[in-house]
Design a protein around this ligand. Structure first.
Ligand SMILES: NC(=O)C1=CN([C@@H]2O[C@H](COP(=O)(O)OP(=O)(O)OC[C@H]3O[C@@H](n4cnc5c(N)ncnc54)[C@H](OP(=O)(O)O)[C@@H]3O)[C@@H](O)[C@H]2O)C=CC1
Ligand SMILES: O=C(O)C1=N[C@H](C(=O)O)C[C@H](O)C1
Length: 269
């Protein structure tokens, strides 16, 4: 059966790749494309926007009005826009895949409540490689334990508006959980001035924003005499878009619940 996909933020960096991925993947089809009211792309064909040729899917601004035309919404937009779409999907009973990062704790809480009634995949990074790295990080943290200093370094393009990246924060959470720490208490974001010696139980975050970097993450476990680094480098947004479309096909017809990419990829024990 073909999964009909709606794409929010269709004219955005990820939106265009999502249209292409949903069009090219077997078993999925982009049927709805959304942008905000007044957006210059409204009425344009989504396939033309994405560079894959005409698809007969004009960019529109009203999700609820197209409820009968899609099975799963994929949303890579802004936290407040994503939450409005979550509420709309709840009202019309549709599944949603969310890639948006930078949600507040309150927004995540609302998402968890809605996921009691509809199926939701929510993940800061949809690439297979990053999700494999999350497994490796759990193992590295358990083996190296409290004997090492842990730093998360991430680099992204100059247009990114949230920091640290959602992926970096998730990496920090995985490491903190493995070590029995609370990330909210042990995270240190950037350093400046007379900082004093490093406290071993902290987890440091460094952010680079420059040029057109698609997305790079390194977690460093540095001890006396050796260090381990686990690095992921994305060189194309298609790696995220392909993962999101795979998640949408996986989600169609599932029971209500809050899932992540580890569920989609079968990486949970
Ligand atoms: N989970 C993952 O694997 C990944 C997650 N991301 C995350 O995805 C998000 C988007 O990133 P990116 O594509 O680079 O950002 P962009 O700014 O390029 O895209 C966001 C799009 O959403 C549009 N938009 C704004 N308001 C609405 C609305 N009310 N309805 C529909 N569309 C709207 C924007 O329009 P405009 O700005 O023109 O008004 C824009 O086209 C970020 O949070 C990023 O961190 C990114 C890559 C991978
Ligand atoms: O904004 C981006 O581009 C990306 N955002 C995600 C994040 O915040 O982790 C994932 C990816 O690295 C690209």
């Amino acid at each position: 059966m073909t999964t009909r996909i709606a794409i929010a933020g269709a004219a955005g960096r990820m939106g265009r790749h999502l249209i292409e991925a949903a069009h090219k993947a077997e078993g999925t089809r982009p049927t709805v494309a959304l942008e905000a009211p007044g957006h210059p792309s409204l009425g344009n064909d989504a396939g033309v926007l994405a560079g894959v040729g005409e698809l007969g899917v004009p960019v529109a601004d009203d999700l609820a009005a197209q409820a009968d035309d899609f099975d799963v919404l994929i949303d890579f937009t802004l936290p407040e826009v994503t939450l409005a779409h979550v509420r709309a999907c709840h009202a019309i009973g549709r599944a949603i895949v969310i890639g948006t990062t930078g949600l507040t704790d309150e927004q995540k809480q609302e998402l968890a409540e809605v996921a009691r009634d509809i199926p939701v995949v929510f993940a800061p990074n949809m690439s297979v490689g990053v999700n494999l790295c999350l497994k490796l990080l759990d193992m590295a943290a358990r083996v190296l334990g409290d004997e090492v200093d842990i730093e998360v370094i991430e680099a992204h393009h100059r247009h990114k508006i949230d920091a640290p990246s959602g992926t970096a924060l998730r990496m920090g959470e995985v490491v903190a959980e493995a070590l029995g720490r609370d990330l909210k208490e042990c995270a240190v974001y950037g350093r400046e001035g007379r900082t004093g010696e490093r406290d071993r139980r902290t987890i440091g975050f460094e952010t680079i924003r420059a040029g057109d970097i698609v997305g790079e993450h390194t977690v460093m476990f540095a001890g006396e005499g050796e260090r381990v680094e686990i690095t992921h480098k994305a060189s194309s947004r298609m790696t995220f878009a392909g993962g999101a479309v795979r998640a949408a096909a996986w989600l169609a017809g599932r029971p209500a619940g809050l899932y992540d990419m580890q569920d989609v990829l079968g990486l949970k024990e």
